[in-house]
Design a protein. Sequence first.
Length: 315
Amino acid sequence: MDKIAVLIPCYNEEQTIEKVIKDSRNALPDAVIYVYDNNSSDRTAEIAEANGAVVRHEYVQGKGNVIRRMFREIDAECYVMVDGDDTYPMDSAPGMCELVLEKNADMVVGDRLSSTYFTENKRPFHNFGNSLVRGSINHLFDCDIRDVMTGFRAFSYEFAKTFPVLSTGFEIETEMTIHAVNNHMQIENYIIEFRDRPAGSESKLNTYSDGMRVLMTIARLYRDYKPMGFFLIVSIVLAVISIAFFVPIFAAYLETGLVDRFPTLIVCGFVMMASLLSMFAGMILHNLTINHRREFEMRLISLNTEKKRLLKESK
């Protein structure tokens, strides 16, 4: 079991990977550095291996698939995940590790948005998207995460081994954040500096398609983790639609004593029934999520015992 493992997911980062590895070694000299190559067509893996990193491969494309592989294969007291594009300063890593190892943090978020991100980043829609995602999650999940989309984080063993990776792409950071928030894990915001990619290095993130996938992920996870809130919103919308169409029919009935739009009245009744069903579905799923939380807490106890065993064996 490693004390600190630096995890670097990479796809075509031959221009910057050497510097990221050297910066990681300087900042965390006792850490084991892992580079996970995700079908790069350039010399990323070759350069990483030449610089002393442990190089492994994930052949299913997508950052989420890489992270699933990393968390599954590596045991460590503290994991530091950083992108291979040299946009994050590794001199912040020791402080982030300290929060995990000494302060029991489960996830430390490298907060770019509170420092230089909006001035260094040259893609205005990325700035807007980051602010939108941060505001949505903080509002829907009642939390205070300063940077949801950051690729620089530190994790505890318990987080890495309980995180169910469902996403395959860049929406994985959103999924990580919501998993930690929903399960009441200890989350710390750690302000870091941010620098834009060097000239010639291109981002793999598509502003529009990946941005839409992130927003859809937020909606899906809100439905899964907060079903009462999600289905109550659906219930209210359906009830409002039903009442809006029913009121004119009822008003006409009071005046004439006749119902002249029976099809609309019938549809209103079915829509109101759907509203009630949605509300009850939310209540049932809410009870199921409470039971899931109980099981999760028991899983944490089991993981703590396993961690102690691994630590004893590694000594």
